[in-house]
Design a protein around this ligand. Sequence first.
Ligand code: TIU
Length: 226
Amino acid sequence: MSGAPDRIEVAASPFPYPLDPAHTALVVIDMQRDFVEPGGFGETLGNDLSPVAAIVPTVAALIALFRRKQWPILHTRESHKPDLSDCPPAKRLRGNPALRIGDEGPMGRILVRGEPGNAIVATCAPAPGEIVIDKPGKGMFYATEVGEILKERGITHLVFAGVTTEVCVQTSMREANDRGYECLLIEDATASYFPRFKAAALDMIRAQGAIVGWTTPLYALSKALG
Ligand code: TIU
């Protein structure tokens, strides 16, 4: 599509995505027990976990595809230091959750680094050599070394998956888009607690000629990569 011979054209919305196989990484956002399992941060906010739990096998299949290709994989975790020094009071105190960040829950302290609930779900767990980033915010560039890591590795293209579509995934994708990355979101490997928010986020991302990036289902990416 771009005329570059090394690009792989992936069928996508709103038009084909020109994947650059030598410079592409997978970004898996926050596939943590805290968002997927009962007793974690997502449920303390009053959410129905089922739409988020349903994508776990698809995210695992996407990770497997990148492992087969031996392309870089970056996993993020939304997490805070045990002393909560990286958690602004505005984040901890807002609203009326069943448990607040740092409180003791059935899977340990809510959204605190190193607690059982803060781990990535077993079927999506990082393998040795994969990059794991702890981020205190919703976006993956804020207060992390993600920018430097991607630059060092010469990454220009990012394939996104994870939860939730309209919060941490969309924020991270927008941050990446502003930094010049070509971003593709895998539609069935991302979810929201609110299906209508997911649908709206996908629409917003690909509107106006891919103003934030592209979207496509996993089968289209798999088909293009062979
Ligand atoms: N990872 C992420 O999206 N964090 C959130 O808090 N998401 C919600 O939808 N609450």
